[in-house]
Design a protein around this ligand. Structure first.
Ligand code: FAD
Ligand code: NAP
Length: 544
């Protein structure tokens, strides 16, 4: 469709930015309210994360039966997951199926990046401009732009001279990448790298892994999903979903209510061994105080460090792979054969903390100590998380103030849903909500349902403006920080704190605890959207 002239913006009730899990569900739900909706998506297809991240080994680490929408019982019943942890192609196929099944595509403009969104105060409308010169106006603007959608790419001086390929895991070529016979460098050892490295190592002639910080990783123990297992869940999917929503991270971790320090060393080891053997994130819930008590935390860290020493033959490499930061204060990864990969003769671990990467030359990667000749560089360097995609849009609220100005000292949003001064602008899984510390599909559905409920509430009262109050926002941000301070999370340089992006303010962004958060949202809604001001365009807004 040709872009509309800037003088004549297309009119919608709602504009949604992004067509991943969040944008697709937002479109479906808002349509259900009778709204005319337009979705803009920068990618060439729907799926968000699962459209962009196509690196070898990419899959979810929340089990497939949980990492899926719960809004449609029919969809739940008809879709068949083939593995405990679905692969990227399977999740993408699922989201494409959702787009077709709910007839979503006709309202989605692909390959259309939103560059600005400005609030027209007089008319109470958001004016959204796209890079192709198009413009739309809408009462509601929903940012479903993703927490992990804006790649973090390190500055590599000399990159323009490098003759090989530079690839980012979050922008992987669709035609796939053949590493056969190539000398490859992987930069980073977070979740993406840990999934990709064992598979790249099988193909490449040589693989150098540049590690700045070692991660804790637990075996995924991925396997085909037994039909019986699937049948059992499908027999009462509602109860299964409701149970998940009662879990701290909105998926089943099977938490044990015992302190790691109460158990004898032998009993403790047995618990860790059993969870290590079962595989998956439940290892992190082996004891109740792993994330709150440094001593308890050390027991889990020591257990994994022992496992690494047992798995990796070269003692120097094993020592380097042993993480030093507290267990789980950076995201714990799940892997398939990661540590064992370092026993391969074609794989070398490089200590990029001791010998930092300085840039690229024509034929390789430069560090202070020398040059590594490589054909391909894989950046598994993560994302400008939680705020990156929003900060790249010129968002202007009341008085022309930009979101970047309002968030200069760190993101500020009430419930992670709305930022004061930006009426009618909803953030799906925004900073200050449980988001990345949960099964994100559950958090996305909870947010979209809240937004739909809120718009329905306003419409039923002849109102059309809602805005977070500064006071409620301040109190919420303080609360998010207080909860984080009861844990070991803020104690290391994680992307939860923005520490992976140079110059980004250090603020712990996600809210810890889905059940308490969801209960708070319900309470806020039941009290007529407490903490928000509600109003009608042209009239003074009233506190709820
Ligand atoms: P996204 O899927 O990121 O979609 C946002 C979309 O917005 C993108 O397609 C982007 O192109 C688009 N967009 C952004 N800015 C603009 C703009 N200005 N204009 C137009 N379009 C724009 N979470 C889990 O809970 N469990 C997992 O196992 C898990 N595995 C993951 C694995 C990987 C490799 C990654 C990177 C993330 C993983 N996550 C996981 C987190 C994952 O991001 C979420 O689960 C979920 O897919 C997010 O959906 P979303 O729609 O909110 O955002
Ligand atoms: P990440 O966890 O942020 O890891 C990035 C890695 O790159 C880190 O090891 C980091 O080191 C390193 N790095 C960054 N810049 C560097 C530099 N200049 N020099 C050397 N090393 C550098 O990113 P990710 O692995 O893409 O994962 C991001 C998030 O996406 C995950 O935490 C998870 O939420 C999600 N994800 C999930 C899965 C899954 O299993 N389902 C898979 C992939 C991603 P430092 O730690 O020292 O900064």
């Amino acid at each position: 469709m040709p872009p509309t002239s800037p003088q004549r913006p297309e009119s919608f009730d709602a504009v949604v930015v992004g067509a991943g899990f969040a944008g697709l569900y937002a479109l479906h739900r808002l349509r259900g309210l009778g709204l005319k909706v337009r979705v803009y998506e920068a990618a060439g297809g729907v799926g968000g994360t699962w459209w962009w991240n196509r690196y070898p080994g990419c899959r979810c680490d929340v089990e497939s039966l949980e990492y899926s929408y719960g809004f449609s019982p029919e969809l739940e019943q008809e879709w068949v997951w083939t593995e405990r942890y679905a692969s990227q192609p399977e999740i993408l196929a699922y989201l494409e199926h959702v787009a077709d099944r709910f007839d979503l595509r006709r309202d989605i403009r692909l390959e259309t990046r939103v560059e600005s969104a400005r609030f027209d105060e007089a008319r109470g409308l958001w004016r959204v401009r796209t890079e192709d010169g198009g413009e739309a106006q809408a009462r509601w603007c929903v940012m479903a732009t993703g927490c992990l959608s804006s790649p973090n790419t390190p500055d590599l001086p000399g990159a323009e001279r490098f003759k090989g390929r530079v690839l980012h895991t979050g922008r992987w070529p669709h035609e796939g990448v053949d590493f056969a016979g190539r000398r490859v460098a992987v930069i980073g050892t977070g979740s993406s790298a840990i999934q990709a490295i064992p598979l790249i190592a099988e193909q490449a002639a040589r693989l150098h892994v540049f590690q700045r910080t070692a991660s804790y990783t637990v075996p995924a123990r991925n396997r085909p999903l037994a039909p019986e297992e699937q049948r059992k869940v499908k027999a009462d999917y509602r109860a299964f979903r409701e149970g998940a929503r009662r879990q701290l991270a909105a998926f089943y971790m099977d938490p044990r209510d015992q302190s790691a320090l109460e158990a004898s060393p032998e009993a403790r080891r047995q618990v860790f061994e059993a969870r290590w053997a079962a595989g998956g994130a439940r290892f992190g819930a082996s004891f109740r105080d792993l994330l709150t008590d440094p001593e308890a935390n050390r027991t889990a860290a020591d257990f994994i460090r022992d496992k690494i020493a047992g798995a990796v033959r070269d003692p120097r490499t094993a020592a380097l792979l042993q993480p030093r930061q507290p267990f789980a204060c950076k995201r714990v990864c799940l892997d398939t054969g990661y540590y064992e990969t370092f026993n391969r003769p074609n794989v070398t671990l490089v200590d990029a903390a001791a010998d930092p990467i300085q840039g690229l030359g024509e034929t390789g990667l430069r560090t202070a100590a020398g040059e590594y000749e490589v054909d391909d560089v894989v950046l598994a360097t993560g994302f400008d998380a939680m705020t990156g995609a929003l900060s790249r849009i010129d968002i202007r609220g009341r008085g022309g103030r930009t979101l970047n100005q309002a968030w200069a000292a760190g993101p500020r949003a009430y419930l992670g849903l709305m930022s004061a001064g930006f009426p009618n602008l909803f953030l799906i899984t925004g900073p200050g909500s449980p988001s990345v510390l949960t099964n994100m599909v559950v958090s996305i559905e909870q947010h979209v349902d809240f937004v739909a409920g809120c718009i329905g509430h306003l419409a039923g009262r002849g109102l059309d403006v809602i805005e977070a109050s500064e006071a409620a926002q301040d109190a919420w941000i303080e609360h998010v920080g207080e909860v984080a301070a009861t844990t070991l999370y803020p104690g290391c340089n994680s992307w939860y704190l923005g520490a992976n992006v140079p110059g980004k303010p250090r603020v712990f962004m996600p809210y810890i605890g889905f059940p308490a958060y969801a209960a708070r949202c319900e309470e806020v809604a039941a009290r007529g959207y407490e903490g928000f001001a509600l109003g009608r365009t042209g009239a003074e807004a009233q506190p709820a």
